[in-house]
Design a protein around this ligand. Sequence first.
Ligand code: ADP
Ligand code: MG
Length: 147
Amino acid sequence: MATSVDIIDRITDSPEATQALGAELARSLQAGDVVTFSGDLGAGKTHLIKGLCAAFGVPEPAVSSPTFTLVNQYDTPDGLVIYHIDAYRIKHVDEFHELGYEEYVYGDGLCLIEWPERVASLIPPGSVPVQIDHLGEQRRRIRWEIK
Ligand code: ADP
Ligand code: MG
């Protein structure tokens, strides 16, 4: 049986180019998927997510890093629910439990997680890891593989 694998390895030179790549990522995703975004502070995780959410019809200003709230919810015009989690401030996975992470990670929504390393033991197998490397002032390397 043929299997299709979507392998992306790109360089972007502006925040806008990263957002455009987010729209490309969106095309490979559907309800129920979990996508993790790894990269340093300022790598461009939130910008990639802005572009991804825009492709699902979420206005760009509505998408911001849930650094303090830990989770934002965006409802798309098509009825998809997107959970945007920033685990940067989570010090112990118990906090992720208390947040009710099962609904986000195992529910019907599309779940996007920045700083998955903070909650690594609770990231389900089969989630899509996206890696962003900060190469220069405006240069970023962005990679993912979807089986
Ligand atoms: P993170 O969520 O990874 O901490 P953000 O998306 O919040 O990162 O911020 C990325 C910062 O880097 C923004 O200030 C943005 O303007 C800047 N930037 C410069 N070049 C790029 C690029 N190619 N892609 C994404 N962001 C970029
Ligand atoms: Mg961020």
